[in-house]
Design a protein around this ligand. Structure first.
Ligand SMILES: [Zn+2]
Length: 304
């Protein structure tokens, strides 16, 4: 009887463990978590730290983030120093060996993506530039979303080899849906190819390159440095000279400078979402592009 019971218990263990063993994923940002959900399906639970409506360069650390990281199997960082001001101490304080830099559960997603604006020559944050290693807003090109998804399919498979076929299938499905969606997005913006725009922060180089828009200048004099009166005047002059009518602004910046510039040049400000979770309508990676491209098409169709 005893041995039968032991046998039954032993038999039950792998099944129970298998069913419970979801991979706990935390994205430093919601974009990474959203792509992890696409590829991981039921096999993962994906959460994030920075919310989509927050400036990902500047996130206020909370004790709850440390608790979150204590239970994390896989941490997805954007990298390129995007999170340098807030994530490293959270990782250290979690004391979770799985997600320390260099451990198998720490992934820097920038390593898999096409990175723009990599500085030439010596690198320094001394002047306040928060993009010293290249532009960290690379997820705003769907091709980079695809690369992130592929890296995650491989990573999940190595963590849970029994589900490798399912992860490969989910990646293939994501790849197919993204290709179809991207065709639609490109077609909608095609009539506005070559349009010149101003952006507040350097959040959009990957997005603009993919969809054929030309970023001429920025409301910020440097990434992370608030607008100055002189720089604002320069932007106004540039917009007048080059007949630029559109200023793209992230939701977490003060609208005072962009509104002033827009009114001086007869242009318009459009508040675009740089991340999944920027508002309630945007819960997936696909909805992020749907939302932004809708707003852009609407804005462009109103201006000549
Ligand atoms: Zn930035």
């Amino acid at each position: 009887m005893k041995s039968l019971l032991a046998f039954a218990l032993l038999g039950a263990i792998p099944f129970t463990a298998g069913a419970a063993a979801k991979i706990n994923v935390v994205g430093a940002t919601e974009d990474m978590a959203a792509i992890a959900r696409e590829i991981g399906g039921d096999a993962v639970v994906a959460d994030s730290i920075a919310r989509g409506y927050q400036d990902p360069h500047f996130v206020e650390a909370k004790p709850s983030y440390i608790q979150k990281l204590q239970k994390t199997d896989l941490l997805l960082t954007v990298g390129l120093q995007l999170e340098i001001g807030w994530l490293p101490p959270l990782i250290t304080q979690s004391r979770n060996p799985k997600i320390q830099p260099g451990a198998a559960g720490y992934m820097d997603m920038s390593k898999y993506c096409q990175i723009l604006e990599i500085p030439q020559g010596p690198v320094s944050r001394a002047q306040g530039d928060v993009h010293p290693l290249g532009n960290p807003h690379y997820w705003l090109d769907p091709e980079n979303g695809r690369r992130i998804a592929k890296a995650l399919a491989d990573q999940f498979s190595s963590m849970q080899p029994a589900s490798a076929a399912a992860f490969a299938q989910r990646y293939a499905d994501f790849d197919k849906r993204l290709t179809a969606a991207q065709k639609g997005w490109e077609a909608r913006l095609a009539p506005y190819k070559g349009r010149k725009v101003i952006t507040y922060h350097r959040s959009w180089p990957n997005f603009c390159e993919r969809f054929g828009l030309v970023v001429v200048d920025y409301v910020e004099p440097k990434p992370g440095i608030p607008p100055t009166p002189q720089h604002t005047l320069d932007v106004i002059n540039t917009m007048k000279r080059e007949n630029i009518k559109l200023i793209m602004v992230e939701p977490y910046f003060d609208l005072k400078a962009p509104n002033k510039i827009a009114s001086d040049v007869g242009g318009q400000v459009v508040v675009l979402m740089p991340s999944v979770g920027g508002n309630k309508e945007i819960t997936t990676y696909f909805q992020l592009f749907d939302y932004d491209i809708n707003l852009l098409v609407n804005a462009f169709s109103k201006s000549k």
